[in-house]
Design a protein around this ligand. Sequence first.
Ligand code: NAD
Length: 336
Amino acid sequence: MTRVVVIPGDGIGPSITESTIQIIEATGVPIQWVEAQAGLGAFQSVGDPLPAATVELIRDVKLGLKGPLTTPVGSGFRSVNVALRKEFDLYINLRPAKSFKGVISRYSDIDLVLFRENTEGMYSGVEHYIDAKRNAAESISIVTREGCRRIIRAAFQYAVEHGRKKVTIVHKANILKFTSGTFLEVGREIAAEFPQIASDDKIVDNMAMQLVMNPHQFDVMVTTNLFGDILSDLISGLVGGLGLAPGANIGQDVAIFEAVHGSAPDIAGKNLANPGALLLAGAMLLRHIGHADAAANIEQALADVIAEGRFVTKDLNKESGVGTTEMTRAIIERLK
Ligand code: NAD
């Protein structure tokens, strides 16, 4: 039986985690869920947003399914998500965006995959005020050649393994000549190792506009940490919003699967959260551990429920009177 650490998380986290576990269990894949705490809830109950016991458990089990975690804005403890990515060197943040029939959105046939570097860049955590009165602050973006190499190579390898045609390297090398410049330079070197995959590069601001205007010209994209964080929300917007955007954080030894969205405190505890994003992350987890059929069944059951449009949360259908629990039940019914 495969063991998976499950972190329910904050806000809507516990309800969408419960929903995802129920649906995965309905596929019959034998998983032993081992619960651990992290985030604001852990900070409030044990005084530490990332307890050592949670870190040790993940180190041992090597697989995680994580609900969203609240990070205080502007002050307070630093992001536990960022800490986990650094602790386990989860350098790949894989964020696909795929259209679902029945979801009202600007485009209907999007199938994009974004590879975001997950441990370096503007999220290196090197940030401080430079004067005692806190009138000025600086953040340092650290970009290493090896860090660029491994994420860009992962994107090209994914393209080969999944029959993708093109990889776009996204950067800001016109202005950030050293950090983004290194990323682009390494990107061009790696692209030459994969002649069977087309490649191009785009400056990030142009990329944002092109993604909105004509997303079909893109296939796989690879970029640095901050740009990837922003562009992954953008591509989720192309397919109808954050409610259906999953993500995987993958390193050499450990992989943690999560939704792209946050803890949504505005709708927490109201049975309004769409479980789809975390469920799709759960399907990515199943594929990762060799249960591709169960993953495909979950994706199909979710797609069927969304296409029918009756048992979906309000973010997918404004007229809907049902919530997380009813949507979960409908997906399980479809699986049967
Ligand atoms: P958010 O993603 O939580 O919410 C943005 C908007 O999308 C809100 O209106 C919310 O109601 C809606 N939304 C999000 N998920 C939804 C779902 N499953 N179903 C229906 N609607 C959904 O972003 P935010 O409000 O900027 O952040 C809230 C908290 O989450 C912050 O503390 C932030 O740091 C944290 N956060 C955590 C993660 C993570 O754990 N990976 C990611 C992003 C933000």
